[in-house]
Write a protein that binds this ligand. Structure first.
Ligand SMILES: [Zn+2]
Ligand SMILES: [Zn+2]
Length: 443
């Protein structure tokens, strides 16, 4: 597929709309927006200031103690990296660890084991017969094991663990997952029970009904591959997800941005129509669709953007003479991904969002504001707790826990890792955490 031959027809059709969407906000609007964000979060002592040359930065006008929480903000979109999904079961909305210590360990050992033979049909069959008592669900037939059923999408995701491990018998791992085997002191580390996606995808899990609903409203209803999905075509959606997992999961984040913008647009339109009906006067200003789309796009418009294929740093192993070809490859990759996404969630009213220019700039925005999502693992805390127990208790507990620690290997403490986009997208982390760069810790 040659991008230049097929220059996205939407780009050609919506030149004006696309440039309106990409027009950087006026400095005054930007200031107002960030002042608003900060006052809504009720935090003291910080302010976003702009500098024409250097961009936006967060300034403190109070002294903060080391380790003090300066700003707690909601992320707009975030994803857990595909490879991390084997290691950590987290809420798909707030990324908190869910289930239980036993489930976290058991599931990881199970999937690690399976990783070796993920393409064998017999293994996949075995998969489906593990009861799932730990999961809040109405089904009781034991056949429906969606906590594990996302193996299709995990098939390409190598686990982060690679060091020497001492595997346990499958029955032991299963008894850990289904709650028959309870580890000593695990009650000290209780986690919220697993809530499944009501759309039936078996890929998204949550810590609570409220997270499940919030995610559904925000973007998941369009990106859910389950029966209740509001996407145009679930097969197309699966193809899009597969392509992203095979190439770059940044496309999944971009899909969340586009889907959430479409959904915000639809809500704004409903409100707008209701207001118009209420007033029912001929003088009411008539918003064109682009103004509603611009409003829905507003949180994203605040982020600094460039085209992905133009702003990616040239990797060391690519010769500078191949740079043009490398950038063209990225552009083609984005184009392919966009076509797959379009087949899954296209919306006629929000058509400009499906231009290659917009897609490239959304992905470039993530590239330029590389914000890691990091959530510390309760499994690590659990093993540290056992290690810190006084002598006789420790010895007793370790009789049970040691084989699991050995089976997990050196990477037992791996945390939840992903990428996110905050609503207040300045480089807060750089200023506040100095040498730690862009790592952002979510608790
Ligand atoms: Zn949650
Ligand atoms: Zn779902």
């Amino acid at each position: 597929m040659e991008v230049d031959d097929t220059v996205c027809s939407i780009d050609a059709k919506f030149t004006n709309e696309v440039s309106a969407l990409l027009n950087p906000p006026h400095p005054l609007h930007l200031q107002e927006y960030f002042d608003n964000v900060i006052s809504r979060r009720q935090c003291r002592g910080i302010k976003v200031k702009q500098n024409g040359e250097l961009g936006k930065a967060l300034y403190a006008d109070l002294d903060f103690k080391e380790g003090e929480l300066v700003l707690k903000d909601q992320m707009l979109v975030g994803i857990q990296h595909c490879s991390n999904k084997i290691d950590c079961l987290v809420c798909s909305f707030c990324f908190r660890f869910i289930g239980s210590i036993e489930l976290q360990i058991g599931r990881r050992l199970y999937l690690q084991d399976l990783g070796v033979s993920v393409n064998h049909e017999s293994d996949l069959e075995t998969f489906k017969h593990i009861p799932e008592d730990c999961c809040q669900t109405d089904s009781s037939d034991g056949e429906d094991n969606s906590l594990m059923n996302n193996h299709d999408n995990l098939g390409n995701c190598a686990s982060s663990s690679s060091k020497e491990r001492f595997p346990l018998p499958r029955e032991v791992v299963e008894s850990l997952m289904n709650g028959e085997l309870v580890l000593p002191y695990s009650k000290e580390f209780s986690l919220p029970p697993v809530v499944r996606c009501a759309g039936g995808c078996g890929e998204a899990f949550y810590c609570s009904k409220s997270c499940a609903e919030a995610d559904w409203e925000l973007s998941h209803c369009l990106l859910c591959t389950g029966e209740s999905s509001k996407s145009l075509c679930r097969e197309a959606l699966l193809k899009f997800i597969q392509h992203a997992n095979d190439t770059n999961d940044i496309f999944l984040l971009a899909a969340k941005v586009i889907s959430s913008t479409i959904l915000r647009y639809r809500k704004l339109k409903v409100t707008h129509l209701e207001e118009r009906e209420k007033c029912a006067t001929p003088n009411v200003s008539d918003h064109s669709d682009i103004s509603l789309l611009l409003e829905a796009w507003k949180p994203i418009s605040m982020g600094h953007k460039k085209r992905w294929w133009d702003c990616v740093a040239l990797p060391d192993d690519v010769d500078s003479s191949d740079e043009a070809a490398f950038r063209m490859q990225l552009k083609e990759l984005a184009f392919k991904s966009l076509q797959l996404l379009k087949a899954a969630v296209f919306s006629k009213e929000c058509e400009p969002l499906f231009s290659l220019e917009i897609y490239g700039q959304i992905i470039g925005m993530f590239e330029l504001n590389n914000l890691d999502l990091v959530v510390a693992s309760p499994v690590e805390d659990y093993f540290l707790y056992i290690d810190d127990l006084p002598y006789p208790e420790k010895q007793e507990a370790e009789k049970v826990t040691r084989p699991f620690l050995d089976a997990l290997g050196d990477d037992y403490s791996v945390c939840c890792q992903g990428q996110r986009w905050p609503s207040n997208n300045y480089c807060t982390q750089t200023h506040l955490q100095g040498g730690r760069g862009y790592n952002f810790i979510c608790r």
